[in-house]
Design a protein around this ligand. Structure first.
Ligand code: UDP
Length: 259
């Protein structure tokens, strides 16, 4: 959020945004499930110019043991931005922002996972942002929930995530980088379509209560679209698995005999 450079028009005279989108239009979204063969579950998300990978390990014994909960599993998320994911090289390693995002994503996922089925275990979720263009926490949460489903972790439903915000006094969905930088507000949302629960909600900037309500309903509509793409990715993954063509689809040719 910040002051707009005077020559930057975030909404033009036709009501279109910098990348030509209308206020309620989202950036293109692609999701692929099961892209990593070493993890128990994985997903890759391309959302506009964001590129995010998520991998899941577990449920497995929780270490260190003093963290174990005798009644349920811990869902532990680690969100990381690669140094090369942004224009100015990002200093590698954890920082306040990545701790915050890891925490809110862990909490959002804990709401949908049947953690009570796996006492004393940890379900570890790794989110790597390969390319960032605003909305990486939403892309990360979206990828993580597909990766959990791909790992076969029992869940009440997927969590779908999408942000809304305010730019040039207009409420818009799915902010891109310039909108995030020079806009007036950003509201990332995590939503469970089956139950209608909101499991992640943050707000940065200023909105009237009407604008806030409009933003929430736009973000929810966005989440419903994300949910469809998540489900399609999992259906494709299921079809590949049941057809037994996994190796070819993942681009790893089967090893030849006698070499
Ligand atoms: N960003 C960056 N360097 C950083 C952190 C963020 O360039 O160290 C950029 C990146 O494109 C990110 C955007 O700022 O997507 C918005 O960041 P924010 O903290 O709002 O989180 P996000 O919208 O990615 O969930």
């Amino acid at each position: 959020m910040g002051g707009t450079p005077t020559d930057l028009k975030l909404i033009d005279e036709n009501g279109r945004r910098l990348d030509g989108r209308l206020p309620d239009e989202m950036r293109p979204l692609k999701i692929e499930a099961g892209v990593l063969s070493r993890a128990d579950g994985s997903a890759y998300v391309e959302w506009g110019l964001n590129k995010v990978m998520a991998a899941v390990y577990g449920p497995r014994e929780c270490h260190p043991r003093h963290l174990q909960n005798p009644e349920r599993a811990l869902v532990q998320c680690n969100y990381n931005m690669a140094s090369f994911s942004v224009d100015d090289r990002k200093r590698p390693g954890p920082d306040r922002r990545s701790h915050e995002i890891s925490k809110i994503i862990s909490e959002a996922l804990t709401h949908v996972v049947f953690t009570e089925y796996f006492p004393r275990t940890s379900i570890d979720v790794y989110i790597e942002v390969l390319q960032a263009n605003a909305g990486t926490r939403c892309a990360g949460l979206t990828a993580a929930s597909v990766a959990l489903a791909d790992a076969g972790v029992p869940m009440r439903d997927l969590v779908a995530s999408c942000a809304a915000g305010k730019v040039a006094d207009t409420v818009v969905v799915d902010l891109a980088k310039e909108e995030d930088n020079f806009g007036q507000a950003d509201i990332p949302l995590g939503y469970v379509p089956r139950t209608g629960e909101i499991v992640l909600l943050q707000m940065d900037g200023d909105l009237t209560s009407d604008q806030f309500n409009k933003g929430i309903s736009m973000a929810m509509e966005g989440c419903k679209k994300v949910y469809e793409v998540q489900r399609d990715a999992l259906k494709r993954r299921y079809e590949v698995r049941s057809a037994g063509t996994e190796l070819e689809v993942l681009g790893a040719a089967p090893a030849k005999e006698g070499m």
